[in-house]
Design a protein around this ligand. Sequence first.
Ligand code: ATP
Ligand code: MG
Length: 652
Amino acid sequence: MKTKILLADDESDLDDLFKQQFRRQIHNHTYEFIFVRDGLEALTVLEQQPDIDVVLSDINMPGMDGLTLLAKLSEINPIIRTVIVTAYGDMSNIRTAMNRGAFDFITKPINFKDLEITLDKTIRSANQLRETVEIKAVDEMKTRFFTNITHELRTPLTLIVSPVDNLLETPNLPTTFQNQLSTVQRNARQLLRLINQLLDINKLEAQQMDLVNEVGDLTGFVGQIVDLFRPSTTIKQLALTYETNLPPGNYLFDAGKWEKILYNLLSNAIKFTETGSINVRLTHTSRMAQLAVSDTGIGIAADKLPHIFNRFYQVDPSRSRAYEGTGIGLALVHELTTRLGGTITVQSQTQEIGGQSGTHFLLEIPLQQADAVVPQKIESRLTVDVPLLPAELTYPTTETQSDNTPLVLVVEDNAELREFIVAELATTYRIRSAANGYEGWVVAKEELPDVIISDLMMPRLDGYELISQLKADPATDHIAVILLTASVEADSRLKGLSQGADEYLTKPFHLGELRLRLRNLLTRQDKLREEYRQQFTKPDQSTPLETIQDQFLRRLYHLLDDHLDDSSLSVEWLADQLAVSRKTLYRKVQTLMQLSPNDLIRQYRLRKAIDLLRAGHNASETAYMVGFESPSYFTRVFKEFYNQTPTDYIRQ
Ligand code: ATP
Ligand code: MG
């Protein structure tokens, strides 16, 4: 690359000397010299040729001298590096020149070896500077572009959000529309919020965000915002508390900024906390409000802590991470706090260190009491969308759906996919859904679905763990599971099946196939149910206890066998013995046999009676042996069930 060097000196002999000394560099186009006689001429040339980065200048020249030129240069082009050429020992001029920003100096008579080295060094420095300036320019352009794009996205997004908001207010909107529109609304709002945050942070960095001071009830305002998060904490079963000792009254504060700060701190606290509590405290010192947001969540490792306020920083940046987000929230909180004239500090503890993990943010923001001023009513316009969780998803039950309609639980962490499956299956089945294995397990225990469709890779509890939890619990061990997985390795397929998955589908899967497998599973369950029931109704088949496969029913039959003559045997007692709740016992027997536990007990007694009658016992003996309080009652029930009296049965 060619470097242009301007030589300003009134001695014209120097021109030839330079051309002579640097002929090699001039010849191979690394240097080009431009000669001028004084400072004024130099300025003119520099203006015409902005690509000149290096100037060699004499001090004493007619017209404009070197020192004056130096003073002007920094205004024209800050990149220009000037080397002063002056008489040997001219110390005071050299000092002045250096103070005015000269890059270096050489003395006359010129030592050209030395000049070559000096030029080399000067050019390198100028090039570096030019590069930095260019990078910065590109950077600024990128930022401008980014800001523009972000801005452009806001209008169409707003035009999605508002009509959807309106549509959702339509009276008697069918539930399916309501659900889909809510999905659009939630996602569009999330995008809009992200974009607004990006714009905010750009504005803050460019120092273009004004302070807006309103007068109102700060403690109430903070409480209002905390309350907006209650539904989210309820769903996650976290305690959310708000304490304040701020004297009641009116304060001067920037509600918009407080709102954004609280929104981000609380969203984070809820997002990164699985159990325990979240606490917001608003206290004060003489002229500062102290806002503390603490959680008992996963915490942040000490080496990560210094970075969390950086833009786009996330402790876990992997694409498979369990937490959503872009890493903008805390950067914005930091900028906002600074803009308010405050400070933010953080303390955090991860589980590894032992004991309780959690994170504690403390903000100190200048505060002014404003009782003399008429207060405004400050209300938050913030909307906080509750994360999509099972409790929220109640899908319509069409007329054909009764309590006998199979119940299917969909466990999938990807909200879009989950909703898609749910929406597709909701027309045929009763549906519940959960966003991860743990939630899935909770819902499964609560509702005892007939089939679970579960993703394999999920946060908190993956598909394998979910299956092993289900199988380990007598209440849920009968539930069939269809595993969905992105991995095609035979390994995970085998593992899934060996752990007790009933079916296995690889993503992307065909919805038709899912429906088919689901139906097959349910048909299989139906057949099994029928078979179990026939063991009672068709007495000629083998005794139930000998053939029953299901572990739960085996244990139940054993219990009944051992207490067959006990007429006071109750459902409560059975549930107790089986270590399940009464409700679970009811649901489970219903699922396995489509019978109530009481019916099951009675039918089991009757079936046993058949064996005893066959073995030669008479009817009244048998009645007592299978726990009936009177032979006549036994005879009546027996006849109802088998269409003949016990005596007829013996005779036959
Ligand atoms: P966004 O806020 O843009 O949706 P984000 O929440 O990931 O995304 P920040 O709010 O800036 O980004 O937080 C940065 C990172 O700091 C998070 O990704 C998380 O790793 C960590 N972090 C923030 N708050 C907490 C918290 N309360 N507990 C544990 N980790 C946290
Ligand atoms: Mg965040």
